[in-house]
Design a protein around this ligand. Structure first.
Ligand SMILES: Cc1ncc(C[n+]2csc(CCOP(=O)(O)OP(=O)(O)OP(=O)(O)O)c2C)c(N)n1
Ligand SMILES: [Mg+2]
Length: 254
């Protein structure tokens, strides 16, 4: 299937969230648990480039990529430096880097790629490897051939609700972190503003505002089990920091 753009906003949920959702007309789609395993090179090249390669029990392989080119040594891609090293005003084509969207919204966007050939091609691009030299029929084999190692593995119990075009996931991770997310999957960039609007509207109805910036499970997991990896990613802004004024909640009844 073609890559989707996932637009999502995370939030803290509590005992009343499920009732609020049902009262708004949301329907419970599923209540099940699954294990996610995430992979990276030993030098963390994928996650440092904000690319997240995952195998999900019951769903298979997926690569989450930033939909816009990321900055390279502090200069957003597409902005060429004049020979003098300073940016000549004429050749600036300012891109809308993802982060500036993050300033007005707590929502983030990622490209979700599930086609094995495209996953291998993108990962090889980051590793400087010719994709033609790597098979993609068997992703587990390709991951091994590329020298990628698992760096995170955890089980999520997810209650998934559907409300119009939005999914609402209420997640409880097996390492004691709970986080909700309102998510829209869109095919085209031009559908993003509408998705953001409906996420913001539902957020207000659920009692959080669009500037809410809650860390995801991965932030909590790495903070707890992989502090060096966590430090490297938060320093680059690839992951939200734990503990800057957010909850340290332990359990949530959904
Ligand atoms: C708010 C925020 N979240 C994640 C990241 C980095 N990141 C991007 S993808 C990614 C991998 C995990 O994505 P996430 O949506 O947190 O997990 P999950 O909800 O289980 O996946 P889903 O079921 O939605 O497919 C990360 C850490 C970030 N920079 N900012
Ligand atoms: Mg998510």
């Amino acid at each position: 299937r073609r890559a989707f753009i996932e637009v999502e906003q995370k939030f803290i949920f509590g005992p009343g969230t499920a009732e609020k959702l049902t009262a708004l007309g949301a329907t419970l789609q599923s209540d099940h648990s699954f294990r996610d395993q995430y992979y990276d090179a030993l030098d963390l090249r994928l996650t440092l480039a904000d690319h997240w390669l995952r195998h999900r029990e019951g769903a298979g392989w997926e690569l989450k990529c930033p939909p816009k080119p990321r900055e390279r040594n502090g200069v957003p891609d597409g902005i060429s430096k004049s020979p003098g090293g300073s940016d000549a005003p004429g050749d600036n084509h300012p891109l809308q880097p993802l982060e500036s969207l993050g300033q007005t919204h707590g929502a983030v966007q990622y490209l979700e790629v599930t086609c094995p050939q495209e996953i291998v091609a993108r990962v090889c691009g980051l590793l400087g490897i010719d994709p033609a030299t790597v098979g993609h029929e068997n992703m587990a084999q390709a991951v091994e051939d590329l020298g990628l190692k698992g760096f995170a593995s955890f089980v999520t119990r997810r209650c998934q609700y559907r409300l119009g075009d939005l999914n609402v996931d209420l997640d409880q991770a097996d390492f004691g972190y709970a986080v909700g997310e309102v998510e829209a999957l869109v095919k085209r960039q031009e559908d993003i503003p509408t998705a953001l609007e409906s996420i913001q509207k539902l957020g207000n109805q659920l009692g959080f505002d669009e500037k809410t910036r809650i860390p995801g499970k991965m932030s909590a997991y790495l903070h707890q089990f992989r502090p060096t990896h966590y430090e490297a990613l938060t320093r680059l802004g690839r992951l939200r920091k734990m503990g800057d004024g957010v909850h340290g909640q332990k359990e949530n009844n959904v």
